[in-house]
Design a protein around this ligand. Structure first.
Ligand code: 5AD
Ligand code: SF4
Length: 477
């Protein structure tokens, strides 16, 4: 139980911060009114889950929340560094706050997240964005209340430069402000040790750290008790869950234990690295009725040469073998993937291998990205002779190929009866419900809003070009 002891330590660190939460609360009360915070998280679900922690801390301090940054007393951008355009968007949005800050100098601007871990970003913020008040990293939860207190009470600006992430602890005991009750993100591990040659994540999120399974189970139980119907387990590489914990447990076993919890709820997870996606994990998925039939398994490329240059440590053949086994165990499994087009040195032939693999797998959908050079990564210095215009053409070609495949996947659902979760009012407005299949595909169904959150059986009647249409078969109207 060493990790539980370590965790108590981390709880203690968070407890220290409670005094600052209280100090801010009384400060804000003295100033009268109820201040508003605006939080925006860019990028991946992990970042969104981190944003919920900032929201939880701010709520405890007495902040209300607004959707409009212009009217907020505190604006927090939780940033993403995965591609250059994500960074540019953040700088653009921060720049747009300048006139607000001039009008209302008391407005507090906070930047957090992956971007802030990079030295060139910290330098740029210091130099060109003097109106940004607090910059914290990806693991600074336990520092945030103190830094905010020092800003509010003493006017102290704080820019964190390159947080030390080598032995970063997992901080527990942070309050959360979740987006909704029905669906929840549940981080199970943080960081990444894979060092794919194009990727900045291992540098900005640090080494892999798993949360103790006891805390994950407890959080899941509480969520289900509070009415949550869908729990998505998060980690940059969930398949390496358990490494470094004193108890011997892997991700497959974690799934089995979560599946055994009582209650009517479903489990999803992301992201799985193919090199660590074991048969044991696929068997666990197949055995566990609460684990949905969707696997996000980023392949990145279909060319073995490029996969090696990317340091992915699997071949296209090994990937396809995994897909084959998974389908053998779960014939209705839906696959999605991430693909990078235009990795340095990628040739037309390499790209065609990707097209071939995409056709062979038959993905329900794809997240496609143009390669973006990231400072400090291995790929940064690799020769990259293909012009951007050529890469864009390949990218468009991939989209066209996938569109046809995605449509076929949708059409294959027509006539089937599936259990779905209604998540909210449908795109067609009141009187329709937007539901999700086990494979994570949207189904639009006529139905009343009261049915949101109640699993229902639906017969799929039509494949639209963006989702499925269906009708209830179990009599609830
Ligand atoms: N350029 C383009 N795409 C990238 N990704 C990660 N780093 C880069 C990069 N430098 C993509 C990968 C990953 C997803 C989250 O983002 O496909 O799986
Ligand atoms: Fe980046 Fe690779 Fe880690 Fe995913 S597995 S976060 S792509 S380094």
């Amino acid at each position: 139980m060493q990790e539980m002891k370590d965790n108590l330590l981390e709880y203690a660190r968070m407890n220290e911060q409670k005094q600052y939460v209280e100090k801010i609360r009384s400060l804000l009360l003295q100033e009268g009114g109820s201040p508003l915070a605006y939080i925006h998280s860019y990028g991946c679900q992990q970042n969104v889950a981190d944003g919920e922690k900032f929201g939880g801390m701010l709520a405890e301090m007495g902040y209300g929340f607004t959707q409009l940054p212009e009217e907020a007393d505190l604006v927090l951008y939780n940033t993403c560094a995965i591609r250059e355009n994500a960074e540019q968007r953040v700088f653009g949005n921060v720049g747009a706050l300048k006139p607000c800050k001039r009008r209302r100098p008391d407005m507090v601007i906070v930047l957090a997240g992956c971007m802030t871990q990079q030295q060139h970003v910290a330098d740029k913020l210091k130099r060109s964005y003097p109106y940004v008040d607090i910059v914290v990293g990806t693991n600074s939860w336990e520092e945030f209340p103190r830094l905010l207190y020092e800003k509010l009470a003493l006017g102290r600006r704080y820019i964190k430069e390159g947080e030390e992430l080598q032995n970063a602890p997992v901080i527990e005991g942070i309050p959360l402000r979740r987006e909704g009750r029905l669906k929840a993100w549940l981080p199970v591990m943080y960081g990444c040790d894979n060092f794919c040659s194009y990727c900045i994540v291992p540098y900005v999120r640090g080494r892999e750290r798993s949360r103790p399974w006891q805390l994950i189970l407890r959080e899941a139980e509480e969520l289900v008790r509070d009415g949550c119907r869908e729990i998505t387990l998060l980690g940059q590489n969930v398949n390496s869950y358990g490494k470094g914990l004193a108890d011997s447990i892997n991700f497959a076993e974690l799934l089995r234990r979560l599946n055994a919890l009582p209650g009517d709820f479903i489990i999803r997870f992301m992201t799985s690295h193919p090199k660590d996606c074991t048969r044991d994990l696929l068997d666990a998925m197949a055995e566990c009725p609460k684990v949905e039939r969707h696997l996000h398994l980023p392949v990145q490329s279909g060319s073995d040469r490029i996969l090696a240059a990317m340091n992915r440590r699997y071949t296209a053949g090994q990937y396809l073998e995994l897909v084959r086994y998974a389908r053998e165990r779960m014939p209705d499994l839906a696959f999605t993937s991430d693909i990078i087009v235009g990795f340095p040195g990628e040739t037309r032939e390499d790209f065609e291998q990707t097209l071939k693999l995409v056709q062979e797998v038959g993905y329900a959908s794809l997240f496609t990205f143009l390669y973006s050079r990231r400072s400090g990564t291995k790929a940064e210095t690799m020769p990259d002779p293909v012009p951007a215009s050529e890469k864009s053409r390949w990218f468009q070609e991939l989209l066209v190929v996938q569109e046809k495949i995605g449509q076929k996947v949708l059409e294959a659902h027509v006539g089937k009866t599936l259990r779905v979760l209604p998540e909210g009012v449908g795109r067609s407005g009141p009187g329709t419900l937007s539901c999700r299949t086990s494979g994570n595909i949207i189904v639009e169904v006529p139905g009343k809003e009261e049915l949101v959150g109640n699993f229902m059986d639906v017969e799929i009647t039509e494949a639209l070009n963006w989702a499925l249409a269906g009708r209830q078969t179990d009599g609830k109207k």
